[in-house]
Ligand binder design. Structure first.
Ligand SMILES: Nc1nc2c(c(=O)[nH]1)N[C@H]1C(S)=C(S)[C@@H](COP(=O)(O)OP(=O)(O)OC[C@H]3O[C@@H](n4cnc5c(=O)[nH]c(N)nc54)[C@H](O)[C@@H]3O)O[C@H]1N2
Ligand SMILES: Nc1nc2c(c(=O)[nH]1)N[C@H]1C(S)=C(S)[C@@H](COP(=O)(O)OP(=O)(O)OC[C@H]3O[C@@H](n4cnc5c(=O)[nH]c(N)nc54)[C@H](O)[C@@H]3O)O[C@H]1N2
Ligand SMILES: [Mo]
Length: 755
């Protein structure tokens, strides 16, 4: 097995060339990568009008493996004409996520009906008619037959029997159009993948600061002298952040990593665009601390307690710009050190080392990812990070602040566009007044609640704008069952994923859509720094797929007609959608003529360089927390479910996890001490059990970089093990803390063959 001691580097460069071959040549890939479209992977915001491979400050070249993977995946050939005739549903179910992804680009709408073995081709017209008939309100459609001709699945549904799920790859325009349509249709069951991702960050930041996104811009990090990386693996998942960290280290700054796994790429990374770094590697972490999974709240509180004990907090700032300082101070003082060590798994000297670094720094940025949000106390985790930053006045000034490192390339924009069950008051009011609408006021359902309602047969129709709702869900067995109870489920996707094989309703339609850089018109995306980018679109690579906007506009005008308050037909034009966004979404005024001016912009009111926050009294609200117990009996392990280097969420590009050096995905990563403790051998086949499910024949893989007592497996394959337990405040499942037991898988009993 290749041993990798640094992230990035030559393997990343070699990878580029091998991907170029797959894409049909280096020139073709180069052209695609340089086109003026926002990057399709994470929300760091590469591309747009600065040209591909440039960051939002115009710096070039900025590129990562992920963007190549995503680009090459979109550049692949179409699924073979006989694909859906060749592979039955059981065969598709046996495909791995990688095999599904590499089956090719979807170009033809297909439908699967319960009881049949295969997906069948269906024309666009038929598909639209089916969906429209299902949704058309009785009153508005005298032409609809009174009784259904298609059995139960043909009966129309009422608005609150539908749900609308959005992934974070679609444009602001598609997101806005679909959410407005769903509301005018009559439901607030509108949600996005954020509920499985950074929702806790939005809720936590809002509770402390009254704003839900990063408080700073990219340039601020460049001038920071200390960056915290908490609960994330940006070396694999946000590689371009690593160049920023490398530069910061070179200038004498520091990086503190808090993560139960020592991630190779966070220790050393060879940045391919920097010759010196490429040759010799760059040190990333100055200090690496390994808490137990779920130990962050105790650890963060411990650091805060130490900062106050050392008297290096900013008492004047806390008194002037924050509420509840006396309460937080008293609560920190009351915490018991032994309790902190035990619950975090971090000892006094490590806490002291972090506090000392923090105390010595002038400009500090706190970043975090899924290791923080994927817990039942994800919101508290985020609040504790905010507390820690506020303690030294690091929020509301240049070169410092809070930065949730977002996942999908436009997940933040999708949120800004109002893809949440409850609309922000301002958006709600402006939508009503601008269009003269009457919007529903019923409580909408979050993502997991939609799945549960589907399981209760309270929902009958689902519409998924991208993503893989089945594959991203906790409790995969339940997810399959819940979706199977729907009458009609519509997927808009570019490629096949596990949802298309396992997430089957009575009738399931897959509509093939264009990727961002194939759109006939320009679209916009929002980065995690609140920067709005313009993507030009480009020529379609295949005949067949339609633009998401066209699909949504067709369905909306078919269901609601065009004589009402909104002329859905005219909404096929992205300029028209942007005019509406400018009128309705606060801060987005400049989006109105971005199609012409091409002027990308920073959203107003999102960056905080002075300590005045959009809370009712303008002050930050400090929050005190109880420390959660460290769970896990001696016979159990705490399991985190994570991504490998070679995947993007439920899409698996390759089975090898380069920086961790792990071959294969049906594995459980165990510290050698745990292997010994349970009397197991490396390579042995294990059964992994949780309260929710079990997996057999999982390979025990020694991994000395994980904190003993904790273990890791790859998502989405392991989602059968993840319970539906969610954070009550953000509704985010605890994907990073699943209690499991392990034992050798019993060998299959071989019965004698009777002759
Ligand atoms: N290559 C690639 N890039 C991606 C994605 C991808 O799948 N592949 N997905 C995108 C998306 S949608 C997202 S949300 C992001 C995800 O980006 P990340 O959050 O970085 O990804 P995960 O693999 O979920 O994260 C796990 C990290 O959290 C650590 N961790 C686990 N539990 C804990 C804990 O209790 N405490 C602490 N402190 N750390 C913990 C793990 O050791 C691991 O390093 O990446 C985005 N970018
Ligand atoms: N156990 C476990 N579960 C998790 C997580 C975890 O860490 N552990 N992470 C969670 C997180 S952070 C997230 S964000 C979710 C991910 O949840 P989702 O966003 O729902 O899933 P993805 O796998 O990103 O979706 C991939 C699909 O998007 C489609 N696609 C790609 N580009 C486009 C496009 O331009 N338009 C359209 N319409 N479709 C497109 C492709 O067909 C592809 O199959 O999973 C969550 N689930
Ligand atoms: Mo995510």
């Amino acid at each position: 097995m290749r041993k990798v001691r640094t992230g990035g580097g030559w393997p990343a460069v070699r990878y580029t060339f091998s991907k170029a071959r797959e894409a049909g040549g280096l020139w073709k890939l180069w052209k695609a990568m340089r086109s003026k479209n926002a990057c399709k992977t994470c929300a760091l915001g590469m591309g747009g009008q600065q040209g591909g491979m440039a960051n939002e400050r115009g710096m070039f070249p900025e590129v990562c493996k992920k963007s190549l993977q995503a680009m090459v995946a979109d550049m692949q050939g179409a699924v073979k004409p006989d694909f859906f005739k060749t592979y039955s549903i059981p065969q598709l179910q046996a495909f791995s996520p990688r095999e599904l992804e590499t089956s090719g680009r979807l170009i033809q709408p297909v439908i699967h009906r319960r009881g049949e073995n295969y997906y069948q081709p269906i024309s666009w017209d038929e598909a639209f008619q089916k969906i429209i008939t299902k949704l058309r309100p009785a009153a508005a459609s005298p032409s609809r037959p009174a009784t259904s001709t298609n059995g139960a699945a043909g009966d129309p549904v009422t608005p609150n029997e539908t749900f609308w799920y959005f992934s974070g790859r679609s444009s602001n325009e598609a997101g806005f159009l679909l959410q407005v349509f769903a509301r005018v249709f009559g439901t607030n069951n509108v949600n996005n993948c954020s509920f499985y991702c950074h929702q806790a960050s939005g809720v936590g930041l809002n509770s402390v600061l009254g704003t839900g996104t990063a408080t700073l811009v990219l340039e601020d990090i460049e001038h920071a002298d200390l960056v915290f990386i908490i609960g994330g693996n940006p070396a694999s998942n946000h590689p371009r952040l690593i160049s920023t960290l490398k530069n910061l280290r070179r200038k004498g700054g520091h990086v503190v990593v808090i993560n139960p796994i020592v991630e190779t790429g966070l220790v050393n990374f060879s940045v391919p665009s920097d010759p010196f770094s490429l040759m010799f590697g760059s040190k990333i972490a100055s200090l690496y601390v390994q808490p137990h999974i779920g130990g962050d709240l105790a650890l963060l509180s411990g650091i805060a307690k130490r900062i106050v004990e050392m008297n290096v907090h900013d008492e004047a700032y806390l008194k002037t710009y924050c509420d509840h300082w006396p309460q937080l101070k008293a609560q920190l003082a009351s915490l018991d050190w032994e309790d902190i060590y035990r619950k975090s798994g971090v000892e006094a000297d490590a806490i002291q080392a972090i506090a000392t670094r923090y105390a010595a720094a002038e400009n500090v940025v706190f970043t975090w990812t899924m290791g923080i949000t994927h817990h039942t106390y994800g919101v508290e985790n985020v609040e504790a990070i905010a507390n820690l930053a506020l303690l030294r006045g690091m929020v509301g000034r240049p070169n410092a602040g809070l930065l949730p490192i977002r996942g999908h390339s436009n997940v933040q924009g999708i949120g800004s566009m109002g893809v949440t069950p409850k609309l922000k008051d301002a958006i709600f009011d402006r939508l009503q007044s601008h269009f003269g609408l009457e919007l529903p006021t019923t409580a909408g359902l979050d993502t997991l609640a939609c799945m549960e309602a589907a399981d209760q047969r309270e929902l009958k129709f689902g519409f998924c704008l991208g993503g893989n709702l089945y594959g991203s869900n906790p409790d995969a067995t339940f997810a399959e069952q819940a979706l199977s109870k729907l009458e009609l489920l519509v997927y808009l996707n570019t490629t096949l994923n596990t949802g298309h094989a396992h997430g089957l309703a009575e009738e399931t339609i897959i509509l093939p859509v264009l990727a961002r850089d194939e759109e006939p018109q320009s679209t916009t995306q929002e980065s995690m720094f609140n920067f709005v980018r313009l993507s030009d679109g480009g020529p379609s690579r295949h005949e067949g797929p339609k633009s998401e906007i066209e699909v949504i506009a067709t369905i909306a005008s078919g269901v609601l007609g065009n004589s009402g308050p909104i002329d859905w037909e005219s909404m096929r034009n992205t300029n028209r959608i942007r005019e509406a966004i400018a009128k309705v979404v606060p801060g987005f005024d400049q989006i109105k003529d971005i199609g012409e001016t091409k002027k990308e912009f920073q959203l107003d009111g999102r960056t905080f360089h002075t300590p005045h926050f959009p809370t009712p009294n303008g002050k930050a609200q400090l929050r005190a927390h109880e420390l959660p117990e460290l769970v896990g009996a001696p016979h159990e392990l705490r399991l985190m479910t994570i991504r490998s280097e070679g995947q993007f969420n439920t899409v698996v590009y390759e089975d090898y996890d380069l920086y961790r050096g792990i071959e294969g995905r049906q594995v459980i990563l165990l510290h050698p001490e745990d292997l010994d403790r349970f009397g197991l051998q490396a390579g042995q086949r294990l059964t992994v059990r949780s309260a929710t499910g079990e997996m057999t024949n999982i390979i025990a893989t020694p991994f000395e970089k994980i904190r003993p007592g904790n273990t890791a497996m790859y998502y989405p394959e392991c989602n059968v093990l993840v319970p539906r337990t969610a954070d009550p405040r953000s509704k985010t499942p605890a994907f990073k803390l699943v209690l499991v037991t392990i034992e050798p898988t019993a060998k299959p009993i071989r019965l004698p063959v009777l002759r």
